[in-house]
Design a binder for this molecule. Structure first.
Ligand code: NAP
Length: 302
C-alpha cells in the first residue's frame, strides 16, 4: 500500500497518475489516519482491486476537490477533521440521518451525484453491541465531550436510536444546553440533561447512567486527567472511550473499578465497515479490517 499523501494539485492531474486509487480519506491533517490500512485490508479480502489513499485537502480546497473526485473515477471518500460539517452544502444529496446529525463522514459518487452519509453514529452503536453485547437504545447514557464534533453526532445518534435517557456533559455549558434542546425537539419523550464537568449533579448522574461514552479529547495526552471522578465508577458501568490512540486515565479507572470498558478502535472499525457497505453494497470483511487496524494502531491493543 502507498503511504503517500496526495493533494489537490495531484487530484487536478489525476489521470496522469498510475495508481488505481478510487477511494480516499480527505482531511487536514490526514497523514495520521488509520483508515487507509483498514480499508486496503478490506478491499484485499473482498478481492476488490481498488486502492484507498490519503488526500490532504484544506478547507478552502474542499469544494474543488469534491468536483474533481467523481471525474477522476473515485467511488467515494471518507471525511475527517475539519470537513465533516463543512461538506454538507457541497453535496448533491444527504442521507436524512446525516442531515439531523449535521455531519457527514462518508460520501459516495454515482450518476445522480454525490451523497453524504454519517457512519460514525451507527458505527458506535455496532461497536457497543459487539463489545458489550448490549443494545445502545436499552441503556441510560452519559456522554462526555457532547459538544464536540464526535460527541454531538453520537449524542444525536443516541436520540435517533431510541435511548430513553441521555445525559450530556461538556466543558463549555452552552454547547451542551443547545444540544439538549435539539435532542428534546426531535425526541420529546427522552429524558435529557445538560451538565458541565464541575456540575454538582455529575456524580449522581454518572452513578445512575449505565453507559459512559467518552467523546472529548481529554485523554489523548499521557498526563490528561479523566472527565469522570474515579470514585464514581461502578462494576455495573459500561465505559466506552472513543479515543483509541492511548490507554486513557478513564479506562484505567474503569478497569480498577471492575467496570466493563473498551477503547474507540471498534467504532473506527464499524464506521469503516458501514462505509464499505455503502460503496460496494456487500458485507465488509470485518476480521481482515480489524487485524489491519490493530497492526496500524498498536496502542489500541488493550
Ligand atoms: P472536537 O470537535 O475538537 O471536540 C473536542 C471535545 O473535547 C469538546 O467537547 C471539548 O469541549 C472537549 N475538550 C477538549 N479539551 C478538553 C479539556 N481539556 N477538558 C475537557 N474537555 C475538553 O473533537 P472531535 O472531532 O469531536 O474528537 C473528540 C474525540 O473523539 C477525539 O479524542 C477523537 O479521538 C475521538 N474520535 C474517535 C473516533 C473513532 O472512530 N473512535 C471518531 C471521531 C472522533 P469544549 O466544547 O468545551 O471545547
Amino acid at each position: 500500500m502507498s503511504a503517500l499523501v496526495y493533494n489537490l494539485e495531484n487530484l487536478r492531474a489525476w489521470r496522469a497518475l498510475t495508481a488505481p486509487i478510487q477511494l480516499a480519506v480527505l482531511g487536514d491533517p490526514v497523514a495520521h489516519s488509520a483508515s487507509p490500512p483498514m480499508h486496503m485490508a478490506g478491499l484485499g479480502a473482498a478481492n476488490l482491486r481498488h486502492q484507498y489513499g490519503r488526500l490532504h485537502v484544506t478547507p478552502s480546497e474542499l469544494s474543488e476537490a469534491l468536483q474533481l473526485l467523481p471525474a477522476a473515477g473515485f467511488i467515494g471518500v471518507n471525511l475527517t477533521i475539519p470537513h465533516k460539517t463543512a461538506v454538507l452544502p457541497l453535496l448533491d444529496h444527504i442521507d436524512p440521518k446525516a442531515e439531523i446529525l449535521g455531519a457527514v463522514n462518508t460520501v459516495s459518487f454515482s450518476k445522480s451525484g454525490s451523497t453524504g452519509f454519517n457512519t460514525d453514529g451507527p458505527g458506535l452503536e455496532n461497536a457497543v453491541k459487539e463489545t458489550f453485547e448490549r443494545e445502545l437504545a436499552s441503556m441510560r447514557v452519559l456522554i462526555t465531550g457532547a459538544g464536540g464534533g464526535a460527541g454531538r453526532a453520537i449524542s444525536l445518534h443516541c436520540a435517533l436510536a431510541g435511548c430513553s435517557e441521555i445525559n450530556l456533559v461538556n466543558r463549555t455549558a452552552e454547547k451542551a444546553i443547545s444540544l439538549a434542546k435539539e435532542i428534546q425537539s426531535i425526541r420529546p419523550d427522552c429524558r435529557v440533561s445538560a451538565l458541565t464537568l464541575d456540575s454538582p449533579d455529575l456524580e449522581r448522574v454518572t452513578r445512575r447512567s449505565e453507559l459512559i461514552l467518552q467523546c472529548s479529547s481529554l485523554g489523548m495526552k499521557a498526563d490528561d486527567s479523566s472527565p469522570i471522578n474515579s470514585t464514581w465508577l461502578q462494576p455495573n458501568h459500561f465505559v466506552y472511550d472513543t479515543i483509541y490512540s492511548a490507554r486513557t486515565r478513564l479506562l484505567q479507572d474503569a478497569a480498577k473499578a471492575g467496570a466493563r470498558y473498551a477503547n474507540g478502535l471498534s467504532m473506527l472499525l464499524h464506521q469503516g465497515a458501514l462505509a464499505f457497505e455503502i460503496w460496494f453494497n456487500q458485507s465488509a470483511p470485518l476480521n481482515a479490517m480489524r487485524a489491519a487496524l490493530l497492526q496500524a494502531v498498536p496502542a489500541a491493543n488493550l
